[in-house]
Design a protein around this ligand. Structure first.
Ligand code: SF4
Ligand code: MG
Length: 329
């Protein structure tokens, strides 16, 4: 059952650079359906629009970013609400309670001069109708212990905690109101491997307990393999492949997905292997046709001429590539 959907979503940055108008197509015709009780991963290199997509999901769109077309639907108790078509005061009701956000670099979003307990209290007070401060504190304590943190950390300032602990605190903040959906942007990036594992485990535990939906953005295919149920591969603002995680890893269809998987270091290998040659194109001046054609070893004339649409080619597996068009389920 879907709890969140995007339909032909377009979110562009409208920039003015020395008087020249530039349009950055960070999210371009993206349609995804996120189900209840699943971890959905969004993969792809930096600069492909992953973080912007998360912002549009969380209703954190600020100029110069604009939703120019399409829809984001919040589906609470089977009632879809088109979030960008209702008043801001109505939208606010969904924030943190229906959907919450773990931003990129969230270890640095904690206020350095505020103790963790005060951060929690400040966060909860607007939502805590009728709660007494003692009850509030009991809830905070219970929640952080459930997430594997010691109660002493509530008395600490952020700089007194390790990076991994700070990240757990931000996850605790994002989950304390038991939201149906959590969107997380690179939650394990910048952590060492052991700490990463701990943070992944916390997210998995939270998901298993609350049966909510996690939308996880990371460029790290190893994290996707470990954590997610389904993956959407994003390239140049579009989803170019989508499917069950196992199937994507077993049988990637899009040449870009193959590159991403092949760039994962193999067991026992020290160095990262060669990934796709070159880098993603500028979202302000995309190549014609399939945006991957400038890096694709299989590019044909058709790829330069027209954009392949995302279509289901195997049950549940969708791909946008001319090599697979015309293949029927
Ligand atoms: Fe490569 Fe063409 Fe497929 Fe794009 S459409 S990924 S260029 S084969
Ligand atoms: Mg990003």
């Amino acid at each position: 059952m879907a709890v969140l959907e995007t339909r032909n979503l377009k979110a562009y940055y409208h920039l003015d650079v020395y008087g020249k108008k530039i349009v950055v197509k960070a999210v371009d015709e993206v349609s995804i359906s996120f189900n209840q009780n699943e971890i959905y991963g969004i993969a792809g290199e930096s600069g492909c629009g992953k973080s912007t997509l998360l912002k549009t999901l969380f209703d954190a769109v600020e100029p110069p970013l604009r939703v120019v077309d399409g829809d984001v639907l919040y589906i609470d108790e089977n009632k879809p609400v088109s979030i960008y078509k209702i008043q801001p005061s109505e939208r606010r009701k969904f924030k943190w309670k229906f959907i919450s956000y773990v931003p990129q670099g969230s270890m640095n979003v904690l206020n350095p001069v505020t103790k963790i307990m005060d951060t929690f209290e400040d966060f909860l007070k607007p939502h805590a109708n009728g709660f007494k401060i003692g009850e509030l504190r009991d809830n905070i304590l219970q929640h952080i212990v459930e997430l594997g943190l010691r109660k002493e950390i509530l008395d600490a300032y952020p700089h007194q905690l390790s990076g991994g602990m700070r990240q757990r605190v931000t996850i605790a903040l994002a989950t304390i109101l038991a939201p149906k959906i959590i969107v997380a942007d690179e939650p394990t990036t910048a952590l060492d491997v052991v700490t990463q594992r701990g943070v992944i485990q916390v997210l998995k535990d939270v998901q298993a307990k609350y049966k909510n939906t996690i939308v996880l953005v990371t460029h790290d295919m190893g994290v996707h393999a470990n954590m997610t149920d389904r993956i959407g591969i994003m390239y140049a603002g579009k989803i170019v492949e989508e499917g069950k995680t196992e199937e994507i890893f077993e049988k990637p269809l899009h040449p870009y997905t193959k590159f991403l998987i092949e760039s994962l270091p193999q067991f026992g290998e020290k160095r990262k292997r060669e990934s796709a040659p070159g880098s993603p194109p500028s979202l302000a001046s995309l190549p014609s046709g399939c945006a991957f054609h400038t890096r694709c070893p299989f590019a044909m004339q058709q790829c330069r001429d027209s954009v392949p649409q995302l279509a289901e080619v195997e049950r549940g597996q969708k791909v946008a590539c001319w090599l697979h068009s015309g293949v029927k389920v």
